[in-house]
Design a protein around this ligand. Structure first.
Ligand code: FE2
Ligand code: FE2
Length: 337
């Protein structure tokens, strides 16, 4: 996508914003603003000023109130809003139904944006830099085991509510994801865990939340399984990166050089089956135009994106300093009370 220049326009009375993601680095003169239609370069100083007022642009406050709450001058608030209006970031009232082509394009675009965000902040990246202890590495894989064992069951939950060709696609997707947890179990065994202890461990609450949120979303809109695939499926398999990762796991965590072979075998299988393209390949199966249903669907997808971020935080919190916590996390039993 080309970056565009923002020019001034009129701002509305109670501003609310469309999805706007900012990449701001104090060391750089320009910040990047990502929306579902475009990307813009914005001066870093302007971007930081905007962040002061962003929190208050909820549609509940007048421009004067936003100035008051953010501590910015009224003229500054007006001029920033005018620029954002021109960039299409300021929300204007929606129609009751959306145009189907616009729905499909917007969903493809937002899945790509949120998937990129998830990949940037992914806890898996930190192991390459050796910034977390081995307990966190193992904990990360245990959570992956629980998530991957649950995933096909959640897809089936959606498939049961789907009809026609969507049902066929979802049943096949669930079938293809079955038993993929085995690759993670083998990786954990290579790192010294017992098969039984992996299978008998309890997922973190955030991992359970991901399972529940998926089912809720799939239940309301079975076609949203395709959005989930676009959000989480690995998009590429890069041999050079993999060799580097294995070497790093060996040097930093003392993992055998072939310990992660099953892990990457799984990635290669999923990439080979085209799961990352499931949404794009079946975009005609997205047929929701009712605004209330669309709002529900994207809000649930957005919650899921944040549940994955929460999972990274919880893995770090639980598995970095055990301080006597069970490793891996254990189920609570009535008999233990
Ligand atoms: Fe898989
Ligand atoms: Fe997959």
């Amino acid at each position: 996508m080309e970056t565009q220049e923002i020019t001034a326009a009129e701002a509305p009375a109670h501003p609310r914003l469309r999805e706007n993601i900012w990449h701001i680095r104090a060391s750089s003169d320009a910040a990047l603003l990502i929306t579902s239609d475009s990307r813009f370069e914005v001066g870093t100083e302007d971007a930081l000023r905007f962040l002061k007022m962003r929190s208050h642009c909820t549609g509940f406050h007048s421009v004067e109130e936003i100035a008051q709450r953010s501590g910015l001058a009224l003229d500054d608030v007006r001029s920033i809003l005018a620029s954002l209006e021109e960039a299409g970031v300021v929300f204007s009232s929606p129609a009751e139904r959306a145009d189907l082509d616009r729905v499909r394009a917007a969903l493809l675009s937002i899945c790509k944006i949120w998937s990129d965000e998830l990949r940037l902040a992914y806890i898996g990246n930190e192991f390459r830099h050796g910034s977390l202890p081995k307990t966190a590495l193992t904990g990360w894989l245990c959570e992956m085991y629980h998530y991957i064992s649950d995933f096909p069951l959640a897809i089936e939950h959606g498939a049961r509510r789907a009809e026609g060709r969507l049902k066929d696609v979802l049943v096949r997707y669930a079938q293809q994801e079955k038993h993929h947890d085995e690759f993670v179990v083998r990786t954990l065994e290579n790192l010294g865990l017992k098969r039984d202890e992996v299978k008998g461990s309890a997922p973190l609450v955030s991992t359970r939340a991901i399972g529940l949120l998926m089912r809720e979303m799939f239940e309301h809109e079975p076609c949203s399984v395709l959005l989930m695939a676009a959000l989480v499926e690995a998009q590429e398999f890069q041999e050079e990166h993999i060799a580097g990762f294995k070497q790093c796991m060996h040097e930093t965590y003392g993992a055998p050089l072939d310990a992660f072979d099953p892990f990457f075998e799984h990635q290669q299988i999923d990439v080979g089956m085209g799961h990352a393209e499931l949404l794009a390949d079946n975009i005609d199966l997205i047929d929701v135009t009712d605004m209330e249903r669309l709002d529900g669907m994207v809000n649930r997808l957005h919650d899921l994106k944040h549940a994955f971020e929460l999972q990274s935080l919880e893995i770090r919190d639980y598995y970095t300093n055990l301080n006597g916590k069970y490793f891996p996390r254990q189920r609570m039993r009535f008999s233990s009370l």
